[in-house]
Design a protein around this ligand. Structure first.
Ligand code: ZN
Ligand code: ZN
Length: 388
């Protein structure tokens, strides 16, 4: 039986999709729901029999439960791009710190060990690298060859679509994807002629084919920043996702280069600072001299500055209560029309929509738009199993 079991993430949050294809058990992502405790995540049935785990990108709704997943899926091989693995290192030390606490040296040490244990389990594959894995189950004696490749999905650095082939069956998991460049990330690009049999589609706007014009965009957030600084405001940027914080740092530097923002001091809390320093070593990104760690902030500064706080420094929010918070909730997802052309280009036999914002029960805009293409579109629900 070839099946898709949506353990979580039919909607946005807790993405975790278990696929059985030609006898191979594959998990795509293992996320948590934002703003819920890190210990709440989808349960994985018979985790010791999972063969492969693919991590599309380092957002918490896709990798937040990686510590639990790596521990219980003890026989699985886990794959991600090198950038995703790197980001997980920093994101994980934040999540695990909150999970087990991090206020003593002993806890910080166990946090460090747990992160190291998880990271050691993650193998990497570069974009477009052709990977081949031979699986042999000692219990059933069953063997299978899995071929897979990661392709750039845009969205955030390292984010990947996963294409895999087992025998005659092929499948693409889109991950979260975005067609426009961001300060740090090139747009989604799949190879010409890619024709997966099954498409597991992160259809964030599958129910809103027209883009929501009220949602902030990178351009509107840049305008907002520039505007606040003309008014000499202090600004607080709270980042629930470290990678979004990194994009914001790059965005501020773009504004400075464009002459729309003076070189005002920017102070960055420890977690984001460490990630930014690491990202400098592995990419073209550079921290400009006006950006410094929060520990270097002199209280007398206090006027016309930007402070970045990530989750682990959330307790310090009160200190900056007088600062103007900025909405960082910009969308990095393909809009409705882009979703339609994404599916049309791939021409899969079946599409399963996951990661979709809510819709009314009888309303299926993406399925309706693709009717004439004879592509079967299923809007999935959590904790349901579908035949592939
Ligand atoms: Zn994402
Ligand atoms: Zn997501």
């Amino acid at each position: 039986m070839n099946t898709l079991n949506v353990l979580g993430g039919a909607d946005i949050g807790g993405s975790c999709y278990l696929t059985e294809l030609e006898g191979v058990r594959i998990l795509f992502d293992c996320g948590i729901r934002m703003n819920t405790p890190y210990s709440e995540h989808p349960e994985i049935p018979s985790p010791e029999t999972i063969d492969l785990i693919f991590l599309s990108h380092a957002h918490l709704d896709h990798i937040g439960a990686i510590a639990y997943t790596a521990a219980v899926c003890r026989n699985a091989r886990i794959f991600a791009t090198p950038a995703t693995r790197d980001f997980i290192r920093y994101q994980l030390s934040e999540t695990v710190a909150e999970y087990i606490g991090a206020d003593t040296d002993a806890l910080r040490f166990s946090n460090h060990l747990l992160c190291q244990f998880v990271l050691n389990r993650i193998e990497t594959a570069e974009f477009r690298e052709r990977m081949e894995i031979h699986l042999a189950s000692p219990e059933s004696g069953q063997e299978a060859d899995v071929k897979f490749s990661f392709f750039p999905a845009g969205h955030i650095p390292g984010a990947a679509a996963v294409y895999l082939r087992i025998g005659q069956r092929s499948m693409l998991y889109s991950g979260d994807f975005y067609f426009r460049p961001t300060p740090l990330t090139a747009p989604c690009s799949l190879p010409e002629g890619l024709r997966p049999d099954i498409l597991l589609l992160c259809g964030t706007y599958a129910n809103r084919l027209r883009t929501d014009k009220s949602a902030p965009t990178i351009a509107s957030i840049k305008d907002n920043f520039a505007c606040l600084f003309r008014q000499n405001r202090n600004v607080l940027v709270r980042c629930s996702q470290l990678t979004k914080g990194l994009e914001m740092l790059a965005m501020i530097d773009d504004l400075v280069r464009e002459g729309r923002l003076p070189r005002i001091p920017v102070f960055i809390d420890e977690s984001l600072w460490q990630l930014a320093r690491h990202y400098e070593r592995t990419s073209d990104f550079r921290l400009p001299s006006y950006m410094n760690p929060l520990s270097a902030r002199n209280r007398r500064n206090g006027y016309g500055e930007i402070v970045f706080l990530s989750q682990s420094a959330a307790a310090r929010t009160k200190e900056f209560a007088s600062y103007t918070p900025i909405d960082t909730n910009f969308s990095l997802h393909a809009d409705g029309q882009e979703l339609i052309s994404y599916v049309r280009n791939l021409r899969p036999r079946k599409v399963f929509v996951v990661h979709a914002a809510p819709r009314s029960a009888e309303n299926t805009p993406l399925a309706d738009a693709l009717l004439e293409d004879r592509i079967c579109v299923t809007y999935t629900e959590n904790e349901r199993i579908y035949s592939l």
